[in-house]
Design a protein around this ligand. Sequence first.
Ligand code: ADP
Ligand code: MG
Length: 176
Amino acid sequence: MTVAYLGLGANLGDARQTLKDAVVCLAQQHTIAVLAKSSLYRTAPIDAGGDDYLNCVVKLDTTLPVRHLLALCHKIEHHFGRERPFRNAPRTLDLDILLYGEQSIEEPDLIVPHPRLVERAFALVPLIEIAPQLVIPQHGRADAFLAAVADQRIEKMKNPCQCSMLGASADKGERL
Ligand code: ADP
Ligand code: MG
């Protein structure tokens, strides 16, 4: 089993519902256990036009080798209508592998830790929410990079459900 972190983002269609459904889809895989999910964040698009994004990060335990996990991410993106008309185009769903265990991978189509993880508040802030002490291979403590992304607009969204049971589970780290 390997602990991995995925970054999810969407800014086309019903982004909130898509992110929720995508996490359910991951949790339904017999090869994956979803250990934690961050809050949803509203974030400004970077190097792109279009609407604001919704983003979150999930922590997984998985038996999938990293290439199979990437293929699954692509399959789920496709299922939710992902199209790639041009670079950084608005998207119904983006699923990126932020971290896969302690591994460092540098191949043409797969770079882990994700190359923009420490430069993007939309990945770093939700990641640190669910893993405050995290050390990123080759980079060091994740929270050391927060100052460098402080100028990027990001807003934690209130949970629409005010149910007290959900609040209690959120206090335990939003385990599913
Ligand atoms: P973006 O870079 O905006 O997420 P895409 O989702 O279209 O754009 O991804 C482009 C390519 O990035 C994918 O086809 C994938 O092979 C490659 N890639 C490299 N490293 C990663 C990673 N860690 N997670 C997901 N995709 C990755
Ligand atoms: Mg992607």
